[in-house]
Ligand binder design. Structure first.
Ligand code: GUN
Length: 283
Protein backbone atom coordinates (compact mmCIF):
# COMPACT_ATOMS: atom_id res chain seq x y z
CA UNK A 1 0.00 0.00 0.00
CA UNK A 2 1.18 3.54 -0.72
CA UNK A 3 -0.32 6.06 1.66
CA UNK A 4 -2.04 9.25 0.59
CA UNK A 5 -0.38 12.36 1.94
CA UNK A 6 -2.70 14.72 3.82
CA UNK A 7 -1.27 18.14 3.04
CA UNK A 8 -1.83 20.45 5.98
CA UNK A 9 -0.21 23.17 3.94
CA UNK A 10 -2.85 23.01 1.18
CA UNK A 11 -5.76 22.69 3.60
CA UNK A 12 -4.37 25.63 5.60
CA UNK A 13 -4.18 27.76 2.43
CA UNK A 14 -7.81 27.02 1.63
CA UNK A 15 -8.94 27.82 5.18
CA UNK A 16 -6.89 31.02 5.26
CA UNK A 17 -8.61 32.20 2.08
CA UNK A 18 -12.01 31.63 3.75
CA UNK A 19 -10.86 33.41 6.91
CA UNK A 20 -9.56 36.36 4.87
CA UNK A 21 -13.06 36.71 3.36
CA UNK A 22 -14.62 36.69 6.84
CA UNK A 23 -12.14 39.30 8.04
CA UNK A 24 -13.03 41.48 5.04
CA UNK A 25 -16.68 41.32 6.12
CA UNK A 26 -15.81 42.17 9.72
CA UNK A 27 -13.71 45.15 8.60
CA UNK A 28 -16.71 46.45 6.65
CA UNK A 29 -18.53 46.48 10.01
CA UNK A 30 -15.61 48.42 11.53
CA UNK A 31 -14.07 45.44 13.34
CA UNK A 32 -10.47 44.40 12.78
CA UNK A 33 -9.72 41.11 14.54
CA UNK A 34 -6.69 41.60 16.79
CA UNK A 35 -4.23 39.02 18.16
CA UNK A 36 -1.64 39.81 20.84
CA UNK A 37 1.14 37.30 21.43
CA UNK A 38 3.18 37.66 24.61
CA UNK A 39 6.65 36.15 24.66
CA UNK A 40 8.89 36.06 27.73
CA UNK A 41 12.52 35.28 26.91
CA UNK A 42 14.14 34.27 23.64
CA UNK A 43 13.43 30.57 23.17
CA UNK A 44 14.42 30.00 19.50
CA UNK A 45 11.60 27.50 18.84
CA UNK A 46 9.06 29.97 20.28
CA UNK A 47 10.44 32.77 18.09
CA UNK A 48 10.11 30.55 15.05
CA UNK A 49 6.51 29.52 15.90
CA UNK A 50 5.58 33.16 16.48
CA UNK A 51 6.97 34.15 13.07
CA UNK A 52 4.59 31.63 11.49
CA UNK A 53 1.65 32.99 13.50
CA UNK A 54 2.51 36.56 12.47
CA UNK A 55 2.76 35.63 8.79
CA UNK A 56 -0.62 33.86 8.84
CA UNK A 57 -2.25 36.76 10.72
CA UNK A 58 -1.00 39.28 8.19
CA UNK A 59 -2.08 37.07 5.28
CA UNK A 60 -5.62 36.89 6.68
CA UNK A 61 -5.89 40.54 7.75
CA UNK A 62 -5.71 39.98 11.52
CA UNK A 63 -3.96 42.85 13.35
CA UNK A 64 -0.94 41.19 14.95
CA UNK A 65 0.94 42.53 17.94
CA UNK A 66 3.96 40.97 19.65
CA UNK A 67 4.80 41.92 23.22
CA UNK A 68 8.32 40.59 23.77
CA UNK A 69 9.79 40.78 27.29
CA UNK A 70 13.05 39.83 28.97
CA UNK A 71 13.17 36.44 30.69
CA UNK A 72 13.74 38.39 33.92
CA UNK A 73 10.16 39.71 33.83
CA UNK A 74 8.29 38.89 37.05
CA UNK A 75 5.03 36.96 37.21
CA UNK A 76 3.25 40.02 38.57
CA UNK A 77 4.43 42.14 35.63
CA UNK A 78 3.23 39.51 33.18
CA UNK A 79 -0.17 39.25 34.89
CA UNK A 80 -0.49 43.04 34.65
CA UNK A 81 0.25 42.98 30.90
CA UNK A 82 -2.40 40.29 30.43
CA UNK A 83 -4.89 42.42 32.38
CA UNK A 84 -4.21 45.36 30.04
CA UNK A 85 -5.11 43.24 27.01
CA UNK A 86 -8.09 41.65 28.77
CA UNK A 87 -9.51 45.17 28.94
CA UNK A 88 -8.42 46.32 25.47
CA UNK A 89 -11.39 46.11 23.05
CA UNK A 90 -9.13 46.12 19.98
CA UNK A 91 -7.60 42.83 21.18
CA UNK A 92 -9.75 39.75 20.50
CA UNK A 93 -7.17 37.07 21.26
CA UNK A 94 -4.35 36.77 23.77
CA UNK A 95 -1.73 34.05 23.46
CA UNK A 96 1.11 33.71 25.96
CA UNK A 97 3.73 31.60 24.24
CA UNK A 98 4.82 28.55 26.23
CA UNK A 99 7.15 27.47 27.74
CA UNK A 100 7.52 30.25 30.32
CA UNK A 101 10.62 30.79 32.50
CA UNK A 102 10.53 28.59 35.60
CA UNK A 103 9.82 31.44 38.04
CA UNK A 104 6.47 32.17 36.34
CA UNK A 105 3.47 29.94 37.07
CA UNK A 106 1.92 28.64 33.84
CA UNK A 107 -1.31 27.97 35.73
CA UNK A 108 -1.56 31.55 37.07
CA UNK A 109 -0.91 32.95 33.58
CA UNK A 110 -3.42 30.72 31.78
CA UNK A 111 -6.09 31.48 34.38
CA UNK A 112 -5.43 35.23 34.11
CA UNK A 113 -6.31 35.34 30.39
CA UNK A 114 -9.98 36.20 29.91
CA UNK A 115 -11.73 32.99 28.76
CA UNK A 116 -13.34 35.17 26.05
CA UNK A 117 -9.89 35.97 24.60
CA UNK A 118 -8.28 32.58 25.24
CA UNK A 119 -7.61 31.69 21.61
CA UNK A 120 -5.29 28.85 22.69
CA UNK A 121 -8.24 27.15 24.41
CA UNK A 122 -6.09 26.50 27.50
CA UNK A 123 -8.21 28.22 30.19
CA UNK A 124 -9.87 25.63 32.47
CA UNK A 125 -13.29 27.06 31.63
CA UNK A 126 -12.74 26.47 27.91
CA UNK A 127 -11.18 23.05 28.56
CA UNK A 128 -14.31 22.12 30.53
CA UNK A 129 -16.60 23.33 27.76
CA UNK A 130 -14.60 21.31 25.23
CA UNK A 131 -14.90 18.20 27.45
CA UNK A 132 -18.69 18.41 27.43
CA UNK A 133 -18.83 19.22 23.72
CA UNK A 134 -19.98 22.84 24.01
CA UNK A 135 -19.10 25.52 21.49
CA UNK A 136 -15.87 27.15 22.71
CA UNK A 137 -12.31 27.97 21.66
CA UNK A 138 -10.79 24.61 20.79
CA UNK A 139 -7.04 24.09 21.28
CA UNK A 140 -5.41 24.74 17.93
CA UNK A 141 -3.35 21.61 17.26
CA UNK A 142 -6.11 19.12 18.19
CA UNK A 143 -8.71 21.13 16.25
CA UNK A 144 -6.36 21.14 13.23
CA UNK A 145 -5.92 17.37 13.53
CA UNK A 146 -9.69 16.81 13.40
CA UNK A 147 -9.98 19.11 10.36
CA UNK A 148 -7.22 17.22 8.57
CA UNK A 149 -8.79 13.82 9.23
CA UNK A 150 -12.17 15.05 8.01
CA UNK A 151 -10.67 16.75 4.94
CA UNK A 152 -9.22 13.41 3.84
CA UNK A 153 -12.70 11.86 4.01
CA UNK A 154 -11.68 9.49 6.83
CA UNK A 155 -14.61 8.30 8.93
CA UNK A 156 -14.04 8.94 12.65
CA UNK A 157 -17.26 7.58 14.15
CA UNK A 158 -16.81 4.02 15.43
CA UNK A 159 -13.08 3.95 14.64
CA UNK A 160 -10.38 3.06 17.12
CA UNK A 161 -8.13 6.08 17.68
CA UNK A 162 -4.88 5.52 19.55
CA UNK A 163 -3.23 8.67 20.86
CA UNK A 164 0.45 8.35 21.78
CA UNK A 165 1.22 11.26 24.13
CA UNK A 166 -0.83 12.86 26.88
CA UNK A 167 0.18 16.53 26.99
CA UNK A 168 -2.44 19.07 27.99
CA UNK A 169 -1.82 20.95 24.72
CA UNK A 170 -2.05 18.09 22.21
CA UNK A 171 -2.53 14.47 23.29
CA UNK A 172 -5.25 14.80 25.92
CA UNK A 173 -7.49 17.25 24.02
CA UNK A 174 -6.97 15.45 20.68
CA UNK A 175 -8.41 12.31 22.29
CA UNK A 176 -11.36 14.25 23.71
CA UNK A 177 -12.22 15.91 20.39
CA UNK A 178 -12.11 12.56 18.60
CA UNK A 179 -14.20 10.95 21.35
CA UNK A 180 -16.73 13.76 20.79
CA UNK A 181 -16.70 12.65 17.12
CA UNK A 182 -17.72 9.16 18.34
CA UNK A 183 -14.36 7.39 18.07
CA UNK A 184 -13.22 4.78 20.59
CA UNK A 185 -10.12 6.36 22.08
CA UNK A 186 -7.09 4.77 23.75
CA UNK A 187 -4.33 6.90 25.29
CA UNK A 188 -0.76 5.60 25.40
CA UNK A 189 2.28 7.25 26.98
CA UNK A 190 5.76 6.64 28.32
CA UNK A 191 4.53 4.16 30.95
CA UNK A 192 2.33 2.13 28.64
CA UNK A 193 3.69 -1.44 28.44
CA UNK A 194 3.58 -3.18 25.05
CA UNK A 195 3.11 0.04 23.11
CA UNK A 196 3.26 -1.69 19.73
CA UNK A 197 0.41 -4.03 20.70
CA UNK A 198 -1.72 -0.98 21.40
CA UNK A 199 -0.75 1.11 18.37
CA UNK A 200 -1.26 -1.86 16.03
CA UNK A 201 -4.94 -1.73 16.96
CA UNK A 202 -5.31 1.84 15.73
CA UNK A 203 -7.46 2.70 12.74
CA UNK A 204 -6.28 6.26 13.32
CA UNK A 205 -2.95 6.81 15.09
CA UNK A 206 -2.09 10.20 16.57
CA UNK A 207 1.65 10.44 17.24
CA UNK A 208 2.34 13.24 19.70
CA UNK A 209 5.41 11.94 21.48
CA UNK A 210 8.06 14.54 20.70
CA UNK A 211 10.72 11.97 19.74
CA UNK A 212 12.16 11.84 16.24
CA UNK A 213 11.22 8.73 14.25
CA UNK A 214 9.79 7.00 17.35
CA UNK A 215 6.90 5.32 15.53
CA UNK A 216 8.06 2.75 12.98
CA UNK A 217 6.27 0.39 10.59
CA UNK A 218 6.08 -2.20 13.41
CA UNK A 219 3.74 0.10 15.34
CA UNK A 220 1.22 0.34 12.49
CA UNK A 221 -1.74 -1.69 11.35
CA UNK A 222 -1.89 -2.05 7.57
CA UNK A 223 -4.17 0.71 6.21
CA UNK A 224 -4.19 2.90 9.34
CA UNK A 225 -4.41 6.69 9.02
CA UNK A 226 -1.41 8.28 10.72
CA UNK A 227 -1.31 11.84 12.02
CA UNK A 228 2.23 12.92 12.89
CA UNK A 229 2.24 15.82 15.35
CA UNK A 230 5.97 15.70 16.08
CA UNK A 231 8.25 18.58 15.16
CA UNK A 232 11.79 17.41 15.92
CA UNK A 233 14.99 19.00 14.71
CA UNK A 234 17.75 16.52 13.86
CA UNK A 235 21.46 17.33 14.36
CA UNK A 236 21.62 17.94 10.62
CA UNK A 237 19.13 20.81 11.09
CA UNK A 238 16.43 18.89 9.20
CA UNK A 239 12.90 18.81 10.67
CA UNK A 240 11.27 15.44 11.15
CA UNK A 241 8.19 14.02 12.79
CA UNK A 242 7.60 11.32 15.40
CA UNK A 243 6.86 8.79 12.65
CA UNK A 244 9.30 7.19 10.19
CA UNK A 245 7.70 8.69 7.11
CA UNK A 246 8.78 5.99 4.63
CA UNK A 247 7.40 3.24 6.90
CA UNK A 248 4.04 5.00 7.05
CA UNK A 249 4.11 5.54 3.27
CA UNK A 250 4.47 1.77 2.81
CA UNK A 251 1.92 0.64 5.35
CA UNK A 252 -0.63 3.36 6.17
CA UNK A 253 -3.64 4.57 4.19
CA UNK A 254 -2.86 8.23 5.03
CA UNK A 255 0.06 10.13 6.53
CA UNK A 256 0.65 13.77 7.37
CA UNK A 257 4.11 15.08 6.39
CA UNK A 258 6.53 17.04 8.59
CA UNK A 259 6.94 19.85 7.71
CA UNK A 260 3.76 20.80 5.85
CA UNK A 261 1.32 18.72 7.90
CA UNK A 262 -0.15 19.54 11.30
CA UNK A 263 1.99 22.70 11.81
CA UNK A 264 0.31 24.95 9.21
CA UNK A 265 -3.13 23.80 10.42
CA UNK A 266 -2.29 24.66 14.05
CA UNK A 267 -1.52 28.23 13.01
CA UNK A 268 -4.64 28.42 10.89
CA UNK A 269 -6.87 27.25 13.74
CA UNK A 270 -5.38 30.00 15.90
CA UNK A 271 -6.45 32.55 13.28
CA UNK A 272 -9.86 30.82 13.19
CA UNK A 273 -10.20 31.36 16.95
CA UNK A 274 -9.23 35.03 16.68
CA UNK A 275 -11.84 35.58 13.97
CA UNK A 276 -14.41 33.66 16.05
CA UNK A 277 -13.68 35.93 19.01
CA UNK A 278 -13.96 39.08 16.86
CA UNK A 279 -17.27 37.85 15.42
CA UNK A 280 -18.63 37.39 18.97
CA UNK A 281 -17.65 40.98 19.80
CA UNK A 282 -19.69 42.15 16.77
CA UNK A 283 -23.01 40.89 18.16
N1 GUN B 1 4.11 26.42 22.72
C1 GUN B 1 4.07 25.35 21.88
N2 GUN B 1 2.83 25.20 21.36
C2 GUN B 1 2.07 26.20 21.89
C3 GUN B 1 0.71 26.57 21.72
O1 GUN B 1 -0.07 25.95 21.00
N3 GUN B 1 0.30 27.67 22.42
C4 GUN B 1 1.15 28.36 23.25
N4 GUN B 1 0.65 29.40 23.90
N5 GUN B 1 2.41 28.03 23.42
C5 GUN B 1 2.87 26.95 22.74
Amino acid sequence: MTASIISGKELAQEKRRQLAEEVKGLKEQGITPGLTIILVGDNPASLSYIKGKQKASEEIGVAFKLEHFSEKMTEEELLNVIETYNEDDSCHGILVQLPLPEHISEKAVIEKISPEKDVDGFHPLNVGQMMVGQDTFLPCTPAGIVEMIKSAGIEISGKHVVVVGRSNIVGKPAGILLLNEHATVTYCHSRTPNLKEMTRQADILIAAVGKANFITGDHLKEGAAVIDVGVNRLDTGKLCGDVVFEDAMNKASHITPVPGGVGPMTITMLAHNVVKSAKKSAV
